[in-house]
Design a protein around this ligand. Structure first.
Ligand code: C2E
Ligand code: MG
Ligand code: MG
Length: 641
């Protein structure tokens, strides 16, 4: 028994001692067990055999026990190694984070002092040596961010986690923007240990956001507010229900300058205009560039709103002063419209539209003017808008037609020519005269389409129903500005097969105003195609007589206003006579427009005019009715004078 006790003790002790080396443990246990069982067997005692049997059961159990101890200890070692590795990796990451990231980690103890001050935290807060030992973290922050001191109270005791706490720190270097997040720390038994969190310097981000916001609110060319900013400011004022005045300013001749002298000159002019606008208003105003050559001024102080008319006047005067750019002088001028509203405002868009309507009214009344909005203007503008919208589809809907008015030669008393006059029947507004819709078409860019249609229709009629007559077609000054006008003219002639000398283009003096040299070049080009040129409404414009010599006009059309006054005003008679004589001297034809009475005709004949046109001969009529007027019996008329 003693032998068996010693053997089992040695088996178990050895096996467990060797358990970290499982093979050694197995070998040891097996050798000892076999040896013990063999020795017991050899004694031949029955009792020893029984003990040998017990050893046989005992030693596998010891073996299983030692192997499981080996497995547990190996797992433990592996787990320890793993956690050590993780700890190392974490330490490296944290170090890296603290060195490179914009964030600083912080952790306070139960009294609120910092447990550990990383370099990053020192940098962000500009901590002095030992400062963290003397003051709590909350005190350090509150000293640097006095405006946020109240919110920082949260760090004085345990509390709810927080994030995105924005702090503004003012230091000698300037303003730094910080964002802080933190949460309370507790021990395993739930005792409050302090706070831990992250402090991030977001100054760069805030600055770039600010910059983006500024950019989104500013016009980059003039540094004035942009349309978006103006709308925001206007909205704010509308909400506050105070008085508001809104001025809309549009430059009068900017487009011509921009087209002729290039965009860099245009940009310089816009900058000067912005500067001048600044000089016109005090600080209680927002000046904005709405886009292109359009500006706006918003006033909201009672005193400024009261003086809005004075300001509008001032703006017009200041902007019509010449502008010097690269030793060249430009005069762009501006038209101003404004609307005033005190309390219970219309909507933002209504105010903008009202100022716009007033501005267009100012433009129409002759540019370089200022006009205040009134509801009547609104009515006019709504009609204008319908016309503008209607024009877009008028040709396609066959609403536009040409009427024809004959011209009679006073030598032969024959109809020698005919003028094409545009007519429009609007589906809702009814008949609209060219005096009303042509200027709108010019402004909204539709005149090109209308003009091309009129030209091709006139050429078509000129080679068919009206063959043999000189066909006169009215052309707007803005049509000539289009770079391919001469090309489209040649195309119309070619397509219709019309003889160029049977076509006459009627232009008004406005064609000569903006850029006389350019106009001269285009007119010469047109003249070289063989097409004739007539100066329409002559005498009403402002062209100097020297233009008559320079420009290749074949015909002068004496304006109806002189013809109307022929019988009542002596000077009208002299003007008609003078124009006729001058035209003869210069080798040009004269046509008197708007002849309505025989008496007028009599005086015109005496003055020596070549042709007449007017209701006395025939009113403008559609083509199908024209055959009746084409060969009128003019004998009685001739006899009467
Ligand atoms: P305009 O070229 O000077 O045309 C003469 C205007 O005087 C026409 O007015 C004509 O109907 C009118 N008229 C002619 N004889 C008499 C008369 O004896 N008494 C009175 N009271 N009026 C007379 P309308 O047709 O209303 O055209 C007005 C202006 O519209 C034209 O003046 C012309 O400048 C412009 N216009 C007409 N058609 C076109 C066109 O196709 N293109 C362009 N760009 N302008 C056009
Ligand atoms: Mg005409
Ligand atoms: Mg005319």
């Amino acid at each position: 028994m003693a032998f068996a006790t010693i053997v089992t003790g040695m088996i178990s002790a050895g096996s467990f001692v060797l358990s970290p080396l499982p093979y050694a443990s197995i070998c040891y246990t097996l050798i000892y067990s076999f040896a013990a069982v063999g020795a017991l067997w050899l004694t031949g005692h029955l009792a020893s055999l029984g003990v040998a049997l017990l050893v046989c059961i005992y030693s596998p159990m010891v073996l299983v026990g030692s192997l499981s101890a080996w497995r547990k200890s190996t797992d433990l070692i592996a787990a320890n190694a793993r956690s050590e590795r993780q700890e190392q990796a974490l330490a490296v990451l944290l170090q890296d984070f603290e060195h490179n990231a914009g964030d600083a980690l912080w952790e306070t103890d139960i009294v609120g002092k910092l447990n550990h001050v990383s370099n990053r935290l020192t940098d962000v807060l500009g901590l002095k040596q030992n400062e963290d030992n003397q003051h709590s973290f909350q005190a350090l922050l509150a000293e640097r961010c006095p405006d946020d001191a109240e919110r920082l109270q949260i760090l004085s005791a345990e509390g709810q986690p927080f994030r995105d706490m924005r702090l503004t720190m003012t230091t000698a270097k300037g303003v730094t923007y910080l964002v802080m997040a933190g949460k309370s720390l507790y021990s395993a038994t739930g005792i409050f240990l302090g706070w831990r969190g992250v402090l991030t310097d977001v100054t760069e981000k805030v600055r770039s956001e600010q910059k983006l916001r500024d950019l989104a609110h500013t016009d980059s060319l003039t540094a004035l507010a942009n349309r978006f900013h103006l709308r925001q400011a206007l909205n704010k004022e509308i909400e506050q229900n105070g008085p508001i005045a809104l001025l809309c300013i549009d430059l009068d001749r900017f487009k011509a300058v921009n087209d002729n002298y290039g965009h860099s000159v245009g940009d310089s002019i816009l900058r000067v205009i912005a500067q001048r606008l600044r000089s016109c208003v005090d600080q209680q105003a927002l000046i904005a560039r709405m886009g292109g050559d359009e500006f706006a001024i918003l006033l909201w102080s009672q005193a400024a709103v009261k003086k809005v008319d004075e300001l509008a006047h001032n703006v017009v005067d200041t902007l019509c002063e010449p502008i010097m750019i690269s030793e060249r002088q430009f005069r762009v001028g501006a038209s101003v419209g404004y609307t005033v509203s005190s309390g219970s405002h219309p909507s933002l868009d209504d105010l903008l539209i009202q100022a716009d309507i007033a501005m267009y009214a100012a433009k129409e009344s002759g540019r370089g003017r200022w006009v205040a909005y009134s509801p009547q203007l609104g009515e006019v503008s709504r009609r204008r808008l319908s016309i503008e919208n209607g024009l877009r589809s008028a040709i396609d809907n066959n609403e536009i037609s040409l009427h024809w008015q004959p011209k009679v030669d006073l030598q032969t008393w024959q109809v020698v020519g005919v003028e094409a006059l545009m007519r429009w029947h609007h589906p809702e507004l009814g008949h609209i005269g060219p005096i009303e819709f042509i200027p709108i078409a010019e402004q909204c860019g539709m005149i090109d389409k209308l003009g091309r249609w009129a030209l091709s229709e006139a050429c078509r009629a000129g080679t068919n129903e009206l063959a043999g007559l000189t066909i006169a077609v009215n052309v707007s000054a803005s049509q000539l500005q289009l770079f391919d006008y001469v090309h489209s003219l040649e195309e119309a002639l070619q397509q219709s097969g019309m003889a160029p000398d049977k076509l006459e283009l009627e232009l008004t003096e406005s064609v000569l105003i903006d850029d006389a040299d350019k106009a001269l070049a285009i007119l010469n080009e047109i003249r070289s195609t063989g097409v004739r040129l007539a100066l329409d409404d002559f005498g009403t414009g402002y062209s100097s007589l020297s233009y008559l010599r320079r420009f290749p006009f074949d015909t002068l059309k004496i304006d109806r206003s002189f013809v109307t006054e022929l019988l009542t005003k002596d000077d009208a008679k002299s003007i008609v006579k003078m124009i006729t004589d001058l035209a003869k001297e210069l080798g040009k034809h004269t046509v008197c427009e708007g002849v309505e009475t025989v008496e007028q005709l009599d005086l015109i004949c005496t003055a020596g005019c070549h042709q007449i046109q007017g209701n006395l001969i025939a009113e403008p009529c559609p083509l199908n009715e024209f055959s009746r007027t084409i060969n009128p019996d003019l004998k009685p008329l001739q006899r009467e004078i």
